[in-house]
Write a protein that binds this ligand. Structure first.
Ligand code: 3HC
Ligand code: NAI
Length: 692
């Protein structure tokens, strides 16, 4: 059992012992009920203390049990809380570290709560697409008042325990060690009767109905496709307007409905996917790490500047190296401007700005970077330039330094071979803007040492990125897949669509931005440059030439105020372009394609299944370690809709046999060569399985 029982004189202590976060799985729940019953049966026990072992009180219900029979197996969390609340002897929750979700709900069912400072107090269920389902929406407003409780429940944001001192949530804040403090508190109240119950507290508010209506309006406006936030308001409304037990029932019904929604399943998938991504099967968690106390970045352009900011934001001093003084000055000035913009938005104080800028030093000399623990190269995307830089780095960097490349398309193994220490070379593929985007693809070369990989994974966390490991291949995980997506988008134009229709359809599906608006933002010339090089190497790959024609007209996107759309000065809005639309229609005629009306469903399927099919190849080749890693890449780097959980999870939701059926159908169209179903997809579909 994952809860233990110990008598400390006349006080029983039940310790939740279910690492890593004392999730309230079945065996822990059963342990608590057994412990309470044992204490009640023992005449020498006067009070019961509930405490958590390890890093906190409890992180809540065991999310892994959701949608399994164990989640509802008695004693359920409701039963546990009922047993605790109706116990004839006082039960005290002693909180440290965190009391979240079901953990906080359990504490609210106790007669008393004591806490040390620094504990994270939260009902974060909404972030998993659900609401607190064990009385949290009914009890938290009773101890914190309607407004603060509603804010916490709708946002899921943790509040530190000391900030809640003085509310009815905590009967006492404990200075010093928690358990002795809790035992002493327990002895002080052991004989007090009646036992206080949160359910008996009345919620006082001068204008509850008005406030709730205001909350509904505000929440509706920001909840997007997620149903849970609004349901949180409804559950709290029940706490105000209904009897306690009726409110509890409303909360329960809403919880059970939400837990089944695809949005909640997607959010839970993303939660576990993020944690799974940090695990590499052949690199043990206890692999010794190389210390990263200083960094260097080569190239102060678009990416180099953003990468340097990441280090400065994490308090790591970083030296930025350029070829020429003016490029260096420009790069440093851009960094300062970015920080100033953050300051204007209130995200940074002047002092923080100066501190961060102060951590970034510019240089033109390789001698100045030799002692850095890691160096990230972000120079032009040209193998000859990379070769010069890596040969130089091999000369000047101290032994054991990590040599990383931010290349987006070049072969990391070839880059590693320019050095005599390929084991120290790795790819760190940041996404633009590098100081903002969460994704970091970590490219493992054939010879990359395990401790280098482990160190860079750890560094990703320190600089607040989601690190996902990719093997070496053209485009790595993200761009290799997006190439197929963009390819389909081009074919759709030839067959009958215009850019705005494609973008609208996929944005309605939930993408932050459609492929054409995205290309205009990134710069159409980047893709043009890559195609010129790539498709010479791969002459058999078909693609629509419309994008090349666009570039031949100098329509590079927002930076030239003209791309797939027209742009007006000082306005990022995309206006459909008659010139481009005409060009597209003429192009179809030139290549002899009879334009037809293409439905939105076809647009979405072709774009998304192109991603899925390439993802399946990537998975089968071992470029990605697991399907959920691919989902993380798309959720954090490409604006794939979170409520759909990523392309591979989405495919699982649709059913792989349905995906395969659609792919076979599209293979009968204009471009069968682009629709060769991945063998893994065929196999899993035949077996009735999913990717995840
Ligand atoms: N159930 C099961 N496993 C959980 C869990 C939970 N509630 N919370 C965290 N874990 C696991 C993680 O998957 C991870 O496992 P791994 O080591 O095998 O990958 C491990 O615990 C550590 O998690 P983190 O890396 O996130 O550790 P941190 O120390 O950074 O954070 C935390 C700890 C703040 C508790 C964070 O994990 C968290 O926010 N967890 C989610 C909490 C939550 O949403 N609780 C509500 C659950 S729903 C509920 O209670 C329903 C109820 O109302 C009926
Ligand atoms: P950029 O052209 O904005 O910047 C490159 C910088 O490197 C320039 O300032 C240049 O002066 C400097 N430089 C060139 N050769 C150098 C040398 N030998 N020594 C020192 N400095 C040198 O290019 P950008 O966009 O920042 O790209 C850099 C790298 O990042 C490329 O490999 C690119 O493929 C990759 N990348 C780019 C992304 C983007 O969206 N721009 C996204 C992800 C990766």
């Amino acid at each position: 059992m994952t809860a233990t029982y110990q008598a400390h004189g006349d006080i029983a202590v039940i310790t939740l012992a279910n690492p890593p976060v004392n999730g309230l799985g079945h065996s822990t729940r059963a342990g608590i009920v057994d412990g309470v019953n044992r204490a009640l049966d023992d005449a020498s026990i006067k009070a019961i203390v509930l405490v958590g072992e390890g890093k906190g009180f409890s992180g809540g219900a065991d999310i892994r049990e959701f949608n399994t029979p164990k989640a509802l197996q008695e004693p359920s969390l409701h039963t546990v809380i009922r047993v605790v609340e109706s116990a004839a002897k006082p039960v005290i929750a002693a909180i440290h570290g965190m009391a979240m979700g079901g953990g906080l709900e359990l504490a609210l069912g106790c007669h008393y709560r004591v806490a040390v400072a620094g504990a994270q107090i939260a009902l974060p269920e909404v972030k998993l697409g659900i609401l607190p389902g064990a009385g949290g929406t009914q009890r938290l407003p009773r101890v914190l008042g309607l407004e603060q409780a509603l804010n916490m429940i709708v946002s899921g944001t943790p509040v530190r325990s000391e900030k809640l001192a003085g509310t009815k949530l905590f009967d006492q804040m404990i200075d010093g060690d928690l358990l002795p403090g809790a035992l002493s508190f327990a002895r002080g109240i052991a004989d007090r009767r009646p036992l206080p119950k949160v359910r008996d507290i009345r919620i006082a508010h001068a204008n509850a109905d008005g406030y709730l209506q205001f909350a509904r309006n505000t929440v509706r406006a920001v909840a997007g496709p997620f149903p849970a936030p609004l349901q949180c308001v409804e559950a709290v409304a029940a706490a105000v307007g209904k009897k306690f037990d009726d409110g509890l029932k409303i909360e329960r019904d809403l919880f059970l409905a939400l837990v089944q929604t695809p949005e909640s399943k997607a959010l839970r998938h993303a939660f576990f996917a993020e944690r799974a991504a940090s695990k590499i099967p052949d690199v043990p968690a206890d692999t010794p790490l190389r210390a990263i106390r200083s960094a260097a970045v080569i190239g102060a352009g678009t990416m180099g500047g953003g990468i340097a900011m990441n280090f400065a934001n994490a308090g790591i001093p970083v030296t930025l190296l350029e070829m020429k003084q003016d490029a260096l000055d420009k790069g440093l000035a851009t960094i300062r401007k970015n920080y100033e913009n953050s300051m204007k938005k209130g995200k940074l104080t002047q002092e923080q700005l100066e501190q961060r800028v102060g951590l970034i030093t510019g240089t033109l000399s390789y001698e100045a970077i030799g002692s850095a623990d890691i160096v990230i190269e972000a120079v032009f995307e040209d193998m000859a330039v990379k070769e010069t830089v890596f040969r130089k780095l091999d000369e000047v960097m101290k032994p054991g330094a990590i040599l990383a490349s931010n290349t987006s398309t070049l072969d990391v193994d070839q880059i590693a071979a320019f050095t005599k220490r390929p084991q120290d070379v790795i790819g760190t593929h940041f996404f633009s803007p590098a100081n903002v985007m969460k994704l970091l693809e970590i490219v493992r070369g054939a010879q990359t040492a395990k401790d280098v990989l482990a160190t860079v994974m750890d560094l990703a966390k320190k600089i607040r990125k989601t690190g996902v490991v990719s093997g070496v291949c053209d485009g790595f995980i993200g761009n290799r897949m997006v190439e197929q997506y963009i390819r389909q988008a081009g074919f759709l134009l030839e067959e009958g669509c215009l850019p705005a229709q494609v973008d609208k359809a996929i944005e309605k599906f939930g993408f932050a931005m459609g492929p054409f608006r995205m290309s205009d933002l990134a710069g159409n010339d980047i893709g043009w440059y890559i195609r010129k090089r790539r498709y010479v190497e791969k002459p058999d790959v078909t693609y629509s030439k419309i994008a090349d024609k666009l570039c031949e007209r100098g329509r590079f996107g927002q930076k030239t105020s003209a791309g797939w759309y027209d742009y007006k000065a000082g306005d990022r809005k995309a206006y459909p372009s008659d010139e481009v639309n005409r060009m597209i229609v003429e192009h179809s005629a030139e290549i002899g394609v009879q334009r037809r009306k293409v439905g939105d469903e076809e647009i979405v399927e072709r774009l998304v299944y192109a991603l899925v099919n390439e993802g399946a190849h990537i998975l089968e080749e071992g470029i990605a370690l697991r399907a959920s890693d691919i989902d993380m890449v798309y959720l954090t780097g490409y604006g794939f809709p979170l409520f759909r959980g990523g392309p591979m999870f989405h495919a699982d939701t649709v059913g792989l046999s349905n995906v395969l059926m659609a792919i076979r159908q599209y293979a009968k169209g204009q471009h069968p060569e682009a629709w060769k179903a991945a063998p893994l997809l065929e196999r899993l579909a035949a077996e009735g399985k999913g990717f995840n």
